[in-house]
Design a protein around this ligand. Structure first.
Ligand SMILES: N[C@@H](CCC(=O)N[C@@H](CS)C(=O)NCC(=O)O)C(=O)O
Length: 215
């Protein structure tokens, strides 16, 4: 039995944050596939009673602990191992600041945009997609400015803020209809730096369920 179990699926950038962290810290972990698309398992009463009352992935199981919300999972794993942990109060608050901005405004918009564009039936309303795209452009520009002349978001070393922010950013450009790394070059260079960390893997390699319907 693995030390950690992670409820997840390959298309989830929210779950990727936790999966990537587990891989980067060299944890003994295994994914538990959640059939999000065909069965909507996360919306069943059983899932909400037994796994996560919020009806979401990721969920991390470690011994008797069951943790949800990727920001909580990242914090827990960095406290536990000391890896990718912001150092000192200023860095800790800075990392938290970028994680909240990411959850709400960067991947918080990118995730639904990509879902509406690729997976929703019926497909997303073009007006909604256009609204989300304009927010995504504006917010990625803020991240791009932050990363111009710096190596990582909250420190001179990679921290959980970086692991949070990459959530949806490695998925193929065709799934968005625009190329994040090209449109935001400092973000592109930083994505390469994160990709070079030992243990990095693409979300489609790290979590089960890709291509859709193959698990
Ligand atoms: N803030 C949460 C977001 C989690 C989230 O929204 N996960 C999606 C999958 S990518 C989900 O499970 N949604 C439930 C649903 O749509 O029914 C986190 O970072 O963990």
């Amino acid at each position: 039995m693995s030390e950690f179990e992670l409820y997840c699926f390959a298309q989830s950038g929210n779950a990727y944050r936790a999966a990537l962290m587990l891989n980067l810290i060299g944890a003994d972990w295994k994914p538990i596939w959640v059939d999000f698309f065909s069965k909507g398992v996360q919306r069943t009463p059983e899932y909400r009673t037994d796994i996560n009352e919020m009806g979401e992935v990721p969920v991390l199981v470690h011994g008797k602990k069951k943790l949800t919300q990727s920001a909580v999972i990242l914090t827990y794993l960095s406290d536990l191992t000391g890896k990718y942990k912001p150092q000192g109060e200023d860095e800790r608050l800075e990392a938290l600041r970028w994680i909240v901005f990411d959850n709400q405004k960067v991947n918080g918009f990118l995730g639904p945009f990509r879902f509406l564009k690729n997976f929703a039936k019926p497909a997303g309303d073009p007006a909604v997609l256009a609204f989300l795209k304009s927010r995504i452009d504006g917010n990625l520009s803020i991240v791009n400015k932050r990363l111009t002349g710096r190596q990582f978001l909250a420190s001179d070393k990679p921290t959980i803020a970086d692991i949070s922010m990459v959530a949806y950013l490695y998925y193929p450009a065709e799934e968005f209809g625009f190329d994040i790394a090209k449109d935001h070059p400092a973000v592109g260079a930083w994505l390469d730096r994160v990709k070079a960390l030992p243990g990095w893997k693409h979300p489609y390699e790290l979590m089960p369920g890709y291509p859709l319907g193959t698990n």
